[in-house]
Ligand binder design. Structure first.
Ligand SMILES: C[C@H](O)[C@H](O)[C@H]1CNC2=NC(N)=NC(=O)C2=N1
Length: 111
């Protein structure tokens, strides 16, 4: 079985379906360290990573940015001293697409 981190994002346009409740339950089950906050009506996928200092957090943020550009699917990244908060959602559909779960799994692989 292909794991999420081995999958590739698919091109996602406006009108693409958000994950269903059943898909959401199945996918979030593969990402135990991630939460699904809803902000301004938009469900997102979020994880906080902690580090020993700003420099390590900064380096991790750069890796995420490179991954996002390679997959052309981009997160929110909050860089703080010793912390990186990564938030994935699909702007085009104002919600969660399978791509967001793939990218969250790939983000975990960067550690
Ligand atoms: C023009 C539009 O921003 C692009 O097609 C891509 C870029 N990266 C993206 N990233 C995310 N998270 N959602 C998008 O809808 C998205 N669209």
């Amino acid at each position: 079985m292909t794991t999420l981190s081995e999958m590739k994002c698919e091109a996602c346009q406006a009108g693409a379906p958000q994950v269903s409740d059943i898909e959401l339950a199945e996918l979030i089950g593969q990402l135990p360290d991630w939460s699904t906050p809803v902000r301004a009506g938009v469900m997102q996928l979020e994880r906080v990573y902690t580090f020993k200092n700003f420099k390590q957090a900064w380096a991790f943020s750069n890796k995420i940015a490179e991954l996002a550009e390679a997959e052309f699917h981009h997160p929110g990244i909050l860089l703080e001293w010793g912390k990186v908060t990564v938030t994935w959602w699909t702007h085009a559909i104002s919600g969660l697409h399978r791509n967001d779960f793939i990218m969250a799994a790939k983000t975990d692989q960067l550690l």
